[in-house]
Design a protein around this ligand. Structure first.
Ligand SMILES: Cc1cc2nc3c(=O)[nH]c(=O)nc-3n(C[C@H](O)[C@H](O)[C@H](O)COP(=O)(O)OP(=O)(O)OC[C@H]3O[C@@H](n4cnc5c(N)ncnc54)[C@H](O)[C@@H]3O)c2cc1C
Length: 404
């Protein structure tokens, strides 16, 4: 007979959404466990630039709507967690930069001036004098305007390590094709049968019963939704072709470069990272990455060379090595909208499919899930000893950044 294990919540997917939720639910006394089919964070989270946005980016894109409101409180939520006084303990997560900047080399164009002076942004964006410029812009050979934003940048690699380390006993690796959802007569998911991935386990399969099943698998949610036979959640992918440059002479850069387009969309969104050997890596997103999906890798690298030379003519890239990464942003499909503004939670029977939409918005997504559980009278029960499950499933590894 197949052995049975019973828990409160089963989470699938160990990116930022799943890991944050696991930490939050266990802190609240829930017996929650997480199944990862690959490496922890191996989807979008490890590929992310790690910018904790205060909302300006969306405003620049012309979407001064739900997104800016939803995101405005997030930097302070994250800072509390980083200090150990939030709902999830992020102490030990490395911060790459305490500030993020906006650079406009095209002079103070009237649209930008009106926008930055708008009431909604007053006090949030700080224009800097030349003497306050960071090392990158202090050597600038072009006239431009630099603004300090309330955003900051975290090292997503260390974020994953911290969130996983706090819950390692409750993280399990499995094969994504090795599961079957079992429904009861009411149509709810009663349990999930998962085939063991350890050769010497006592049984080849275990049946896990839970009150709620939560899909936090980013691009993997599509498969889980189909395996669980859910009807309502629809998904979408928006591809990016990111570029990274390695060169030890590069100064740290954490900046949106505003181009000439009417929308004020950042042409380049730059963050700086360090590889295993402490080499400096500039990671480039923004319009370059969105438009780059139509280019070959060679064309994209050439476009990146042109745009960095244009935006930073005083920086020497001659010894740099250039690389591309293709990666999808995976979200819920929202009717009539190209990009969802906010986090998304779609509940059906006793399963929920969720997407944070942005790393930044994860605390808000966890709030919504906790509220959903409370509204559906799902309460914590006495916790189990998860060592039983360890006989069936090994520990997932943690993803490493592309430049390592
Ligand atoms: C290039 C890029 C840059 C970004 N930069 C930023 C930024 O600077 N700031 C910001 O706020 N947001 C940013 N984002 C968005 C942010 O990274 C994502 O919204 C967020 O990481 C999504 O997290 P997630 O946990 O939902 O998904 P993911 O990080 O994709 O994690 C999903 C996890 O589920 C696992 N999985 C897949 N299938 C299954 C399965 N069947 N069963 C179990 N596990 C499974 C995967 O292996 C993975 O570990 C960026 C996104 C991209 C692509």
């Amino acid at each position: 007979m197949t052995p049975t294990y019973s828990t409160d919540i089963v989470i699938f997917g160990g990116g930022i959404a799943g890991l944050w939720l696991l930490n939050r639910l266990r802190n609240q006394g829930f017996d929650a466990i997480l199944f990862e089919s690959n490496q922890i964070g191996s989807g979008q989270t490890i590929a992310s630039q790690g910018i904790i946005h205060g909302g300006l980016k969306y405003a620049l894109n012309g979407a001064l709507t739900g997104a800016t409101e939803a995101i405005a409180d997030m930097p302070s939520r994250w800072r509390n967690c980083l200090a150990g006084s939030g709902d999830v303990d992020l102490q030990g997560t490395a911060i790459l930069s305490n500030h993020y900047y906006l650079w406009s080399a095209a002079g103070l164009r009237s649209k930008l001036k009106t926008f930055l002076g708008s009431k909604s942004l007053r006090g949030k964006v700080n224009p800097l004098q030349n003497k306050e410029f960071s090392s990158l812009f202090r050597n600038s050979t072009v006239q431009g305007n630099l603004y300090e934003l309330p955003d900051f940048v975290i090292n997503t690699d260390s974020l994953l390590q911290v969130l996983a380390r706090n819950q390692f006993d409750h993280l399990f690796k499995y094969e994504k094709d090795a599961i079957e959802f079992n429904r009861n007569q009411l149509g709810d998911i009663e349990s999930v049968s998962i085939i063991s991935n350890l050769p010497n386990s006592t049984s080849s399969e275990i049946q896990i019963e839970a009150q709620q099943f939560i899909f936090c698998a980013g691009g993997g949610n599509e498969k889980l939704i189909s395996q669980a036979n859910l009807k309502t959640p629809n998904t979408q992918r928006r591809p990016l072709k990111m570029v990274w440059i390695r060169n030890n002479d590069l100064p740290p850069a954490y900046v949106h470069c505003i181009g000439d387009s009417f929308s004020l969309t950042p042409r380049l969104t730059v963050t700086t990272h360090y590889n295993d050997e402490n080499d400096v890596v500039w990671y480039l997103g923004g319009e370059l990455a969105e438009k780059g999906v139509e280019r070959s890798n060679e064309e994209q690298i050439q476009a990146a060379k042109n745009q960095t030379a244009e935006s930073f003519p005083w920086v020497d890239f001659s010894n740099a090595s250039w690389n591309c990464i293709s990666i999808d942003r995976c979200e819920a499909k929202i009717e009539n909208r190209f990009r969802p503004d906010d986090t998304c939670l779609i509940a059906e029977d006793n399963a929920i499919a969720v997407w944070p939409t942005k790393l930044t918005l994860t605390p808000s997504l966890a709030d919504k899930i906790v509220e959903h559980l409370a509204n559906n009278s799902i309460a914590a029960r006495p916790t189990n000893d998860n060592s039983t499950l360890r006989q069936y499933f090994g520990e997932p590894k943690i993803a490493v950044p592309y430049w390592n």
